[in-house]
Design a protein around this ligand. Structure first.
Ligand code: HEM
Length: 198
């Protein structure tokens, strides 16, 4: 049989090349393999450290922006970041944007916290942090300032969600001043005196 013949040839080859009986030869090979395994285990480099779980907690997803509709400036001030449960809002040209995602800019302690809860049009147009410019009054701005403001508006429109508009304070009607009857009499007396003189 072919297998028996192969085995006989192998035994003779082992004996001829190593001088060992097949049993002694296979025992020596097994011992050498075991020894290699043990020794290489001792000198093997340590396994790579397991990836440590991240220590910083995952940032909570931001709640979706809430549409406010029309609010007045007083109401807008509540969204200046002092209440962490409320969104951070900021307005440009009367349009209110949810800037909660940029809390590092507009939140308490942030470099632009003073704009939060306000219409910052004038400050942005003039690149100013002065308290008197922290409002939405764009009157008297020059063409370059208006251009800069427009650029800010485009930036906000593309980056943030618009959530409302600032309710304009009702324009003070131009009512004629009420004049008291005493004042009328006084005026008439003066007018009479003037006409008597002439
Ligand atoms: C030395 C002067 C200034 C430097 C170096 C500076 C630097 C920066 C930087 C690096 C950013 C972040 C930009 C980004 O990642 O999108 C930024 C954002 C901003 N800067 Fe300034 N800035 C300066 C002056 C000003 C002034 C004078 C104003 C307005 C009065 C201003 C208003 C803003 C605003 C509103 C943002 C945030 C924009 C957003 O919400 O994406 N900065 N600034």
């Amino acid at each position: 049989m072919a297998v028996a013949e192969l085995w006989e040839t192998l035994k003779q080859a082992i004996l001829a090349y190593t001088g060992l009986s097949p049993t002694a030869f296979f025992t020596a090979v097994a011992v050498a393999a075991a020894l290699y395994h043990v020794v290489s285990g001792i000198f093997a480099p340590p396994p790579p450290p397991r990836q440590r779980p991240r220590e910083e907690p995952e940032a909570e997803p931001l709640p979706p922006p809430v549409q406010l509709g029309e609010v007045d400036e007083e109401e807008l001030r509540q969204y200046d970041g002092s209440d962490p449960k409320k969104p951070l809002l900021m307005a440009i040209k009367g349009q209110i944007y949810d800037v909660t995602q940029s809390r590092m800019f507009y939140g308490p302690g942030g470099p632009y916290a003073l704009f939060a809860g306000k219409d910052a049009s004038r400050a942005l147009a003039k690149m100013s942090f002065e308290p008197q410019d922290l409002n939405g009054d764009t009157s008297g701005l020059g063409p370059f300032e208006l251009d800069a403001l427009q650029d800010w508006e485009y930036k906000f429109m593309s980056k943030y969600v618009k959530v409302g508009t600032i309710k304009k304070a009702p324009a003070t009607e131009h009512k004629p001043r009420e004049v008291s009857s005493e004042e009328v009499k006084e005026k008439e007396a003066t007018a009479d005196a003037v006409s008597a003189e002439s």
